[in-house]
Design a protein around this ligand. Structure first.
Ligand SMILES: [Zn+2]
Length: 224
């Protein structure tokens, strides 16, 4: 049975809530500054402390992982991340396992980084210890979710996607979709990134749900 996907847009950062046969799974968590909006959306869907069984982080960046410590404490949710990005959320240093000079930073991304660091007062990232280290062998079926973890390094070393049996791919920051053709705005390692994109091309993906921006058909990237 296809699972219901609830899109929660937290100021340009997407979280995806999946209603499973046993409860809820949340993919990414947004910035702490949007916590009230996140909780409102969870509540509206019937997700509350006790039935949020799992939070999967597509990678360790603050815009995706900032509410994880809170959800872990208040909802009793287990937080899952790939081990290569675990150091980021355990230390708050988002440069861990990334190139000191990333292979690509799009102009738009540079502007966003400047605005975030100069014009907004973002509180310090709340570090935490993840409960589960996940890779491609991780069994999501045990959480009532017919889907698999796909390793997609490039944006960060521990980036993962979640591919459902229906062909929906939650791709994290492999592709942003703000305007025009979906693309990645920050690539730490270009060779890893190219291999990840090729991997997605070969998988039977129908719809891509990005970390930022609207969902789009895989054809928008790979053609028919
Ligand atoms: Zn992001």
């Amino acid at each position: 049975m296809p699972q219901a996907i609830i899109v929660i847009d937290l100021g340009g950062v997407n979280c995806y809530l999946i209603k499973t046969t046993t409860g809820f799974i949340l993919i990414d968590t947004g910035f702490a500054s949007k916590r009230a909006d996140l909780e409102k959306a969870l509540e509206a869907a019937g997700c509350k402390p006790g039935n949020l069984s799992l939070v999967i982080l597509t990678h360790g960046d603050a815009d995706h992982a900032d509410n994880a410590a809170y959800l872990q404490a208040k909802y009793g949710a287990k937080i899952a991340i790939h081990p290569d990005d675990a150091g980021m959320v355990e230390s708050g240093n988002m440069g861990i396992n990334r190139k000191a000079r990333p292979d690509r930073i799009a102009f738009f991304f540079r502007v966003m980084m400047w605005v975030t660091s100069h014009l907004t007062q973002s509180p310090k990232f709340e570090v935490f210890k993840p409960d589960l280290m996940i890779g491609e062998d991780f069994k999501l079926a045990g959480y009532g979710f017919d889907a698999q973890v796909v390793r997609l390094p490039g944006h960060s070393k521990g980036s993962v996607g979640i591919l459902t049996a229906e062909g929906d791919l939650f791709c994290g920051d492999l592709l942003y979709h703000f305007m025009g053709k979906p693309a990645c705005l920050f690539i730490s390692d270009q060779a890893d990134y190219d291999a990840s994109l090729e991997k997605v091309r070969r998988l039977k993906v129908k719809t891509i749900y990005p970390g930022h921006g609207k969902a789009f058909p895989a054809e928008a990237i790979f053609g028919k």
